[in-house]
Design a protein around this ligand. Structure first.
Ligand SMILES: [Zn+2]
Length: 173
């Protein structure tokens, strides 16, 4: 049996204990942008917040793309999230290649080039990535100034998260 078929079966058990009150409107409190990496899947446990409080936006990296910005606007302006958390991590798969390398590799492997070079949003330094994300989100005119935009890195070795400031703390001193 494929894992998806197995999951469909398990869903019947899940539905039996499902809280049907959740069928109303979502009421997220925090929008979290994080990587597709499976180690970041258990956010309620990682952050100690109920999953109903979290609007989770996941991309590889994570990359704060135009789509992600749109989702943050909806999360804060329409759904009611009050804070934005940009959660990067160590050991990210997207630091193991460059967009150029992966485009070349896949073109060679398949014998076909993508119609346009594909954007994978690879990066090298999670700290730098986090700073750029804070800047990008903070400077968007539709993200209200009173919504805090904070960046963090989850350490896959320890399970701890630490805050990254927009301007390095030692440079600010
Ligand atoms: Zn990642």
């Amino acid at each position: 049996m494929s894992l998806i078929d197995k999951a469909l079966k398990a869903n019947h058990t899940y539905a039996k204990k499902y809280d049907r009150k959740l069928g109303g409107h979502p009421k997220p409190k925090v929008a979290v942008v994080t990587c597709m990496d499976p180690r970041l899947s258990d956010l309620p446990d990682i952050l100690g917040l109920p999953y109903a409080d979290l609007d989770v936006i996941r991309t590889g990296g994570p990359a704060v793309t135009e789509d992600v910005l749109g989702e943050l606007v909806v999360s804060t302006r329409v759904l009611g999230s009050k804070e934005i958390m940009l959660l990067n991590h160590t050991g990210c798969g997207f630091t193991t290649f460059t967009d150029e390398e992966l485009n070349a590799k896949l073109t060679a492997l398949t014998g076909d080039a993508s119609p346009a070079p594909m954007r994978f949003f690879s990066y090298k330094d999670p700290e730098q990535n986090t700073r750029e994300q804070i800047q990008k989100v903070r400077s968007h005119p539709w993200i209200a100034k009173e919504v805090p935009v904070r960046g963090f890195i989850f350490d896959v070795e320890t399970g701890l998260i630490r805050e990254v400031h927009r301007v390095p703390q030692d440079a600010a001193a």
